[in-house]
Design a protein around this ligand. Structure first.
Ligand code: SAH
Ligand code: SF4
Length: 335
């Protein structure tokens, strides 16, 4: 698979940083041209039963004002996404059992019925039965980041969780024929260069349709609040490595990287090809604070998304309408 002119599967990797970057840019252009795929994200609940040490939504963060969006508000935000000409809606939340299988299935099918958008879910680890129900309701994709594959680090940073359980969930999603997304947090406290290399190798083995790398961004109200942030250059370098390891994958410029400004976002898009503007309603969006500064803009979600489109077009990117499906699906349709 993945036959793109000029890139034999066994080309030796270039290990210099500049060479890595250039090669990743060339692969990005070979697979996706200048396209940037927009996915409108609706962060519909910040309640979470998990206690990840890095995340501001962790259950022990008592200082966070918690919210849940009613189905009607979720559909209003989805209408905004459709009106912007964006083809995919991402429904993301903490691990919130309040939205049980049938409740979320109802929302998914309403979004499909009314707007015909591609639907990505990102609501954490759930039973196979829930994943199956949502797939039946029309969900197309699922984003479940591994964060790190390292057993000890994963267990320490995500108490009560394990890479094995997360991998099992990922395999369930793949078996249900979701388009799959996964990823890593770069620069986590406790990461070593060897561990980072190992994580990248494992990431490539999963052959996910989307691969996301976010820079660790400390949140002061978490146990990791005093740890240094991952430098944006490190995240960019890892994105380039991910492009080389999984050349056909969609790779987003994450909002954590976007915190460093538009210039860095544009640089990220030299190797990445996806942006996920938040269309979470203004009244709650600042409370989806996985890290500080996320969703802090004073502009309305619609204004921000429109400004993002203008910026990208000005930089010579194209903004295809439609769902922006996985490479393997695109290839299957037009071999
Ligand atoms: N609750 C679901 C949905 C995504 S949570 C889940 O955990 O799968 C949002 C994402 O934000 C996580 O996947 C994680 O990768 C990222 N994140 C959380 N805290 C972060 C931090 N401090 N720095 C960078 N990324 C972080
Ligand atoms: Fe919950 Fe996801 Fe944050 Fe972990 S990363 S605390 S599962 S929202």
């Amino acid at each position: 698979m993945n036959s793109v002119p000029g890139f034999a599967e066994n080309d030796p990797p270039d290990i210099s940083d500049e060479g890595t970057w250039r090669r990743a840019c060339a692969l990005r252009n070979a697979y996706w041209g200048r396209a940037v795929f927009l996915r409108g994200i609706i962060e519909f609940s910040n309640h979470c039963r998990q206690n990840c040490l890095y995340c501001g939504l962790r259950r022990e963060n008592a200082g966070l004002a918690r919210y849940r969006l009613a189905p009607g508000s979720i559909l209003e935000a989805a209408a905004d996404i459709a009106a912007l000409g964006i083809g995919t809606v991402v429904l993301q939340s903490g691990e919130d059992p309040h939205y049980d299988g049938p409740a979320l299935a109802e929302i998914v099918s309403a979004v499909k019925r009314r707007f015909g958008l591609a639907v990505t879910l990102s609501v954490g680890e759930r039973d196979f039965a829930d994943y199956a129900l949502w797939r039946e309701a029309g969900a197309d994709r699922y984003l479940l980041k591994m964060e790190t594959f390292d057993e000890r680090l994963h267990a320490r940073l995500r108490p009560g969780c394990s890479p094995a359980a997360r991998l099992r969930a990922f395999e369930h999603l793949a078996a249900l024929e979701y388009e799959t997304g996964t990823g890593l947090i770069a620069g986590l406290p406790g990461e070593s260069p060897e561990l980072a290399d190992q994580d990248m190798a494992e990431l490539a083995r999963l052959r996910a349709d989307m691969v996301s790398i976010s820079p660790f961004t400390p949140h002061p109200d978490t146990p990791l609040g005093a740890h240094p942030a991952c430098p944006p250059e490190t995240a960019l370098h890892r994105m380039a490595l991910a492009r080389i390891a999984a050349p056909a994958a969609h790779i987003p410029v994450t909002s954590a990287l976007g915190l460093h400004g538009d210039a860095l976002r544009i640089r990220g898009l030299e190797v990445g090809d996806v942006l996920m503007p938040s269309l979470t309603p203004a009244k709650v969006r600042a409370a989806y604070a996985v890290y500080p500064g996320k969703n802090a803009s004073v502009a309305t979600p619609l204004e921000r998304a429109a400004a993002m489109k203008t910026l990208l077009l000005g930089q010579g990117f194209s903004l295809p309408s439609g769902p922006g499906e996985a490479w393997r699906k695109k290839e299957a349709r037009c071999p």
